[in-house]
Design a protein around this ligand. Structure first.
Ligand SMILES: [Zn+2]
Length: 249
């Protein structure tokens, strides 16, 4: 995780730029504006996520009634908050904009219940976890559910190997090689999903949420994300979610 703090521009030109991008993004017709917001607010930090236009405007968009605009606003807002938590090791941005964070979270929970598309649903769940701010690895957890694979490290203290955990249309298994790119037959090891009845904590909550919202395939993927995989090198069983956390810390 990066510890260098970029210096956002706060001159008039930067504020004009921010205002214009947010206005274009709010139309729902301008994907380039969203891409630029991600670049300038999140990836290179040249625009200031703490500027009073950012989270209040994203909260307005989340409540706007336009599903795509709301989803984009929620995704970005959640990511900005988690990034600020980690970059500054404080929760100042959350505290400064507590009413907006509450509005964003309320909107995310409403959209979650009416979003049928698999990937959109997953990103809403990611946004909810990021807005709640209890974990910093929601992006990594959800990325694997969406992309149907995790690349993890074996937890062997001597450093064993990296492994791929595949969960989705290609099957449910671990392998030492990038299965998607491999043309040869590679050795695979079946995953050991958690018994839904045994799930606890976050796994329990997300599994129940996905079922309640009618996303059985997400719930099924989560039993594997909160289950175990076999290291293809040393054969040990490892917790998938523990290695997701280890990789993202
Ligand atoms: Zn191993």
């Amino acid at each position: 995780m990066t510890t260098s703090s970029p210096v956002p521009r706060s001159d008039d030109a930067a504020v004009d730029r921010l205002k214009a991008l947010l206005e274009r993004a709010a139309t729902g017709q301008d994907s380039q504006a969203w891409s630029d917001l991600w670049t300038e607010l999140y990836h290179n930090g040249t625009l200031d996520a703490a500027h009073p236009l950012v989270l209040p405007t994203l909260a307005d968009m989340a409540e706007s009634g336009k599903a795509e605009v709301a989803a984009s606003a929620l995704h970005l807002a959640g990511a900005l908050l988690v990034q600020a938590d980690q970059r500054y090791e404080t929760r100042n941005l959350r505290h400064q904009y507590a009413p907006e964070v509450r509005r964003l979270l309320g909107a995310a929970n409403q959209w979650r219940q009416v979003t049928a598309h698999h990937r959109d649903y997953c990103y809403l769940v990611e946004a909810i976890l990021n807005l709640e701010g209890d974990i910093h690895w929601a992006e990594d957890l959800i990325f694997g559910v969406v992309s149907e694979e995790y690349e993890l490290e074996c937890p062997d203290p001597d450093g064993c190997t990296s492994l791929w955990v595949i969960l989705g249309e290609r099957g449910f298994f671990s392998t030492a090689e990038d299965y998607a790119l491999s043309e040869d037959d590679v050795e695979t090891f079946p995953l050991h999903p958690a018994d839904p009845g045994d799930l606890q904590g976050l796994g329990r909550r997300l599994y129940d949420l996905a079922l309640t919202d009618g996303h059985e395939e997400v719930a099924h993927a989560l039993t594997h994300a909160f289950g175990e995989a076999t290291c293809p090198e040393c054969g040990r069983r490892l917790s998938v979610v523990e290695q997701i956390v280890a990789r993202s810390s």
